[in-house]
Design a protein around this ligand. Structure first.
Ligand code: EPZ
Length: 467
């Protein structure tokens, strides 16, 4: 199918961005102590889809991505690609991408500053065009988020990189072949983004690139699978040494994104924190080994029903210790949801956040709900309490917002969460999925908060959903 024959319809996901401002004007009200029941469908992986969308810039032919979640971040990445000349069309969970005609413009700062993942376009654009300008993404709520490893990797491959007025200007030196040169690169830290940037750039480089101390996250393997499906020669993804043999060009691709392991983990915690038995699918259980191990350690049972589903059977929650690490260690994106869970576990827990320097924004908000957590340097010390109490709270970042939803589901009374734009970045239809499991929650305009527990309204909503 040739995209050029198809009328380009502004993808519905582009509208998602317009839902973001609304999210800032609304609040999420959750009536706690609900027990959940049933099966929840897991969406495609946000962090895989974002990297693969950047990878589509390598492709001068039709590129189809399936199982792409409808999220604000995905919509923003679509807008950035459109600004670079890419044509996109979303049909349900499939994204048709046409990156034939790139216009060589600079990605707009106001978008890049909001979506760090847009920086992943640097490597593919440099490899494809020989020159690129992209704004430095800057920091965010969870840390400074430097990009030195991305830049140093491209410099090692023969790129000249200058930072001028907050914009990274990268170009391939010399007048000869406008191709990067394969080389051996050691990453000081197994950075996910830097591994992805270098791996994508290396697919079109001359010769062999070896990335040592590479990140091993499943999203890296998914991106490598996507690039291989376009004709790239990549091996070793999923280990700490990735080898890429460059090719002159890549071809059309039709590729499904893996299920989101962090969304899956979040729903496992939802089962544990509400003492509910839940079935989740599709899921790749190998992507969740540390999360499953910790839930079992805490007294739950997580059982693989079949190759692509997991069932959580809750149990009396016991304290445990956690240290976040690069994959296959415990994922930093599951730290906030587990802190919420540990507030209700019997005993004392210590959670060390070793990946990002400022990722405990959820702690003061959980303490407002009656949790007993103290943070010393990069360690949160949690004393278990018998119950949380609902309260008005503020989300500070994506995974903190998930932690507050989880705490609200378990708390006694009503929890009101502000800062919903964080939640909408990374969880597709979270409220609908929770309501289908029996949770009592709804999103209302900030000035229309209900004073008392208006479960009748929520029950009506439930009745509508059940029809
Ligand atoms: C990816 O971010 C994910 N985002 C993050 O998910 C995830 O938490 C993180 O990997 C770790 O797993 C996307 O994939 C879009 P890193 P990334 O580079 O690539 C330091 C979520 O909630 N570092 O592995 O930015 C950095 O400061 C998000 O879905 C450098 O020092 O993560 C951090 O301390 C949050 N120099 C550590 O490495 C660099 O050049 C890990 O960062 C790059 C990174």
């Amino acid at each position: 199918m040739n995209l050029e024959d198809k009328p380009i319809i502004p993808s519905p996901m582009m509208k998602d961005n317009h839902s973001a401002p609304a999210a800032q004007e609304s609040v999420l009200e959750i009536w706690g102590r609900a027990s959940l029941k049933g099966h929840v469908k897991i969406s495609g992986a946000k962090n895989s889809a974002l990297a693969i969308m950047a990878g589509s810039l390598l492709c001068p032919e039709d590129c189809r991505l399936r199982n792409v979640p409808s999220l604000v971040d995905i919509g923003m990445m679509g807008e950035i690609l459109s600004a670079l000349g890419v044509k996109l069309e979303r049909i349900d969970d499939t994204l048709e991408i046409d990156a034939r005609h790139l216009n060589g413009s600079t990605a707009p700062y106001e978008l890049v500053s909001k979506l760090r993942a847009s920086f992943f376009a640097l490597g593919p654009l440099l490899a494809r065009l020989g020159e690129v300008r992209i704004p430095l993404p800057g920091g965010c709520a969870i840390g400074a988020r430097p990009v030195d490893l991305h830049v140093r990797g491209l410099q090692a491959m023969g790129a000249e990189v200058h930072i001028e007025h907050g914009v990274v200007h990268a170009f391939i030196k010399g007048t000869g072949s406008k191709r990067l040169k394969g080389t051996k690169i050691y990453l000081d830290y197994p950075s996910v983004g830097a591994t992805e940037t270098i791996m994508m750039a290396a697919t079109l480089a001359e010769g062999e690139t070896i990335i040592e101390n590479a990140a091993r996250e499943p999203e890296i393997t998914d991106l490598a699978g996507f690039c291989r499906a376009m004709g790239a020669q990549i091996r070793g993804d999923g280990t700490n040494t990735i080898i890429v043999n460059g090719v002159p060009s890549l071809h059309a691709v039709d590729y499904p994104v893996i299920p989101d392991r962090i969304e899956a983990g979040t729903f496992l915690v939802a089962g544990a924190i509400t003492q509910s038995e839940l079935l989740i699918s599709p899921v790749v259980s190998d992507h969740l080994i540390p999360v499953i191990a910790k839930l079992n350690e805490m007294g739950c049972q997580v059982i693989a029903e079949d190759a692509n589903s997991l069932r959580i059977i809750p149990g009396h929650l016991r304290a445990t210790d956690i240290e976040t690490l690069p994959y296959p260690g415990f994922p930093t994106d599951m730290q906030a949801p587990f802190v919420a869970l540990l507030t209700l576990a019997e005993g004392n827990s210590a959670i060390a956040e070793t990946v990002f320097e400022n990722r405990f924004g959820h702690v003061p908000e959980l303490n407002r709900m009656g949790a007993d957590i103290r943070v010393k340097n990069n360690i949160a010390l949690v004393r278990g309490v018998p119950i949380l109490s609902g309260a008005p709270v503020m989300a500070t970042d994506l995974r903190a917002s998930a932690a507050l939803v989880l705490a609200g589901l378990a708390a006694d009374g009503k929890t009101t969460i502000r800062g919903l734009h964080h939640l909408d970045r990374g969880y597709e239809n979270l409220e609908d999925k929770l309501r289908l499991l029996g949770a009592k929650l709804h999103r209302v305009p900030a000035d229309a908060e209900t004073e008392e527990d208006n479960t009748s309204v929520v029950e009506n909503q439930l009745a509508q959903v059940a029809q």
